[in-house]
Design a binder for this molecule. Structure first.
Ligand SMILES: Cc1ncc(COP(=O)(O)O)c(C=O)c1O
Length: 387
């Protein structure tokens, strides 16, 4: 039977695929260290769980407005104002079922068939596939290790064509952990304005930043860029709430209206209980984030030190919780590397091919410090045998 042409070009998420393979091996009784998953191992903080329990007990269990509850959208506006110095009205906010859903809604709301979407490479696995669902053309912008995998105004200028509709920026970046400094973003601004290009600013790792570095959003740099920016964020990574599925976007009213319309015909609203939990997360005590980032930093430094002693060449992440490692010296492509690493050493990692770079693998340090030490030992032993 012939299925939809639209989906024939779409590959399944490599991250979820390798995580599933690792879980399957674990179910068979094998000891597997999971360096593949992009989710913090910390429990969701208890004040957030309490808010969800209260929501259930008070029967806050019905449909909400499609775009999210007013109280949550107001809280998001306050967060954007106080933390990012960005002023948005509630009509400019759409709450969705995770930041992934926010991105999906945005891309479908903006991109027409054959329009080009600029995606710096390496990229988060889902961007090109979402663009393909919208029948747009992903156009990759190559970056270099020397430039810490960030695009420059020269790179952007070369990539822009008459068909360019949208640029996707992700800082801190999954998979490299690169963070754009304010000046680097400011360099891109004139080209974005002159060519009237929309920008998705995926800020999901905003709070997970190391070494005292500072987060900057391109939307803050110029009023005209703010009008062209779709800011995407959510609670998954910061509050260890990956399963609750709450993300949001802030953008021009016309984009929010179109994306809300789309959402109203797919999921209706994001889960009412999760919205109450997200409200508690955004409005509640933020102090634990500092402890979480400190612990991520400890894991990052340990892994970097250990990986540096092997033939794998790690990139030092400035944010997020991944280390992108150059595996060229192993003479294996990234899929073969990850398959063998999983089957022979019991360690799951994600092939760089999924992010557009086949000579890299991504190692997540969102698992416990004990797992990191054990997983790293397994990697060292396995690499010794490869030689
Ligand atoms: C760069 C990036 N954007 C968005 C998401 C999606 O986050 P959520 O769990 O809120 O859908 C992820 C999750 O891995 C991510 O890495």
């Amino acid at each position: 039977m012939r299925l939809s042409d639209r989906l024939s070009q779409i590959s399944p998420s490599a991250t979820l695929k390798i995580t599933a393979a690792a879980k399957e091996l674990a179910r068979e009784g094998k000891r597997i260290i999971n360096f593949a998953a992009g989710e913090p191992d910390f429990p969701t903080p208890s004040h957030i769980k309490e808010a969800a329990k209260k929501a259930i007990e008070s029967d806050f269990t019905k449909y909400t407005p499609s775009s999210g509850t007013l109280e949550l959208k107001e809280a998001i506006c306050r967060k954007l104002q106080t933390e990012n110095n960005l002023s948005f009205d509630v009509s400019q906010i759409l709450v969705s079922c995770g930041a992934k859903h926010s991105l999906f809604n945005t891309i479908l709301a903006i991109v027409n068939p054959d329009e080009e979407v600029l995606i710096p490479m390496p990229y988060w696995v889902s961007y090109p596939e979402m663009v393909k669902v919208a029948r747009g053309c992903p156009k990759f912008i190559k970056t270099t290790r020397e430039n810490n995998f960030k695009i420059t105004k020269g790179d952007l200028k070369k990539a822009i064509s008459r068909k360019t509709k949208l640029l996707i920026l992700n800082s801190p970046c999954n998979p490299t952990g690169s963070l754009y400094e304010e000046g680097e973003l400011a360099d891109l601004v004139p080209l974005i304005i002159d060519n009237n290009i929309f920008v998705i600013s995926d800020e999901i790792y905003e709070k997970i930043i190391y070494d005292g570095l500072k987060f900057s959003s391109i939307a803050c740099l110029d009023k005209r860029v703010k009008d062209l920016t779709i800011l995407v964020n959510g609670v998954s990574k910061t509050y260890s709430m990956t399963g609750w599925r709450i993300g949001y976007l802030a953008a021009d009213k016309s984009i929010v209206k179109a994306a809300t319309n789309l959402q109203s015909h797919s999921t209706s609203n994001p889960c009412s209980i999760s919205q109450k939990a997200a409200l508690a997360a955004i409005e509640g005590d933020q102090t634990f984030i500092k402890d979480v980032v400190k612990e991520f930093g400890r894991r990052r430094d340990y892994l970097l030190g250990a990986l540096d002693k092997t033939i794998l060449k790690p990139i030092k992440p400035e944010g997020a919780f991944y280390i992108f490692c150059d595996i060229s010296k192993t003479n294996l492509d990234s899929v073969a590397f990850c398959k063998r690493l999983l089957n022979e050493a019991g360690v799951a990692a994600v092939p760089g091919a999924a992010f557009g770079m086949d000579n890299f693998v991504r190692i997540s340090f969102a698992c416990s410090f004990e797992d990191i030490k054990e997983g790293m030992k397994k990697i060292e032993n396995w690499i010794d045998k490869l030689k």
